[in-house]
Design a protein around this ligand. Sequence first.
Ligand code: HEM
Length: 201
Amino acid sequence: MKPVQVKIGLVVLLALPAVNLLWQVSQALQGQLHSLGPDPGKQIVLELGQWALWLLLLVFSASPVRLWFGWRWLVVHRRLFGLAVFFYYGLHITAYVVFLLELHFSEIIEDVLERPYVTMGMMAATLLMPLALTSNNFSTRRLGRNWKRLHGLIYPATLLVIVHIIWIARSDLLEPLLYLLFVLVCFAGRSRRLLRVFKGP
Ligand code: HEM
């Protein structure tokens, strides 16, 4: 398969969850059978957030996966997955403003100040923004060594996203804690020193 075909295939795959959600929304609006449950607005916010998180974890795991298993595939397509994270968390925030705040923009500030999980989400979203904006060849060339430094923001951003969902989960902590474990394992995997300890000199 040609690289461009792989890329197109990936774009289609990455768009599928959004297309499926759009389909479910149109079914709900027509009063047809849908899978959005009794609170469709909230379900849409949750599903978009989940896709953003899963894709973020995929991007996060690209380097350690290459180090551990020699798979370059994720690293090669990391930029595309990163843009998909941006797409899904952008839609997640839009859905939150449309369905949960019902477009009362003034309530965003209130929510950010009063609900710590919204504060965490907002901080994560803010840190992820420059990563999306500089995921292009021009920025890579222009920023040089600083590009890598800037993209180190993925660490605090991912941790903030996990705090965001731990705060939401409150009592049912198993899932967010598994995500945290995954992030810590990946983080350890990025350390070449640790890898040398496992592999020997
Ligand atoms: C301005 C930034 C953000 C806001 C205002 C926000 C808001 C929300 C809200 C209102 C919920 C639903 C909470 C509930 O159950 O009542 C939620 C859930 C969620 N958010 Fe965000 N979010 C933000 C950023 C992010 C980002 C950047 C990510 C991931 C990359 C993310 C991932 C998630 C996930 C995975 C859930 C589902 C948690 C669960 O399954 O219980 N959020 N967010």
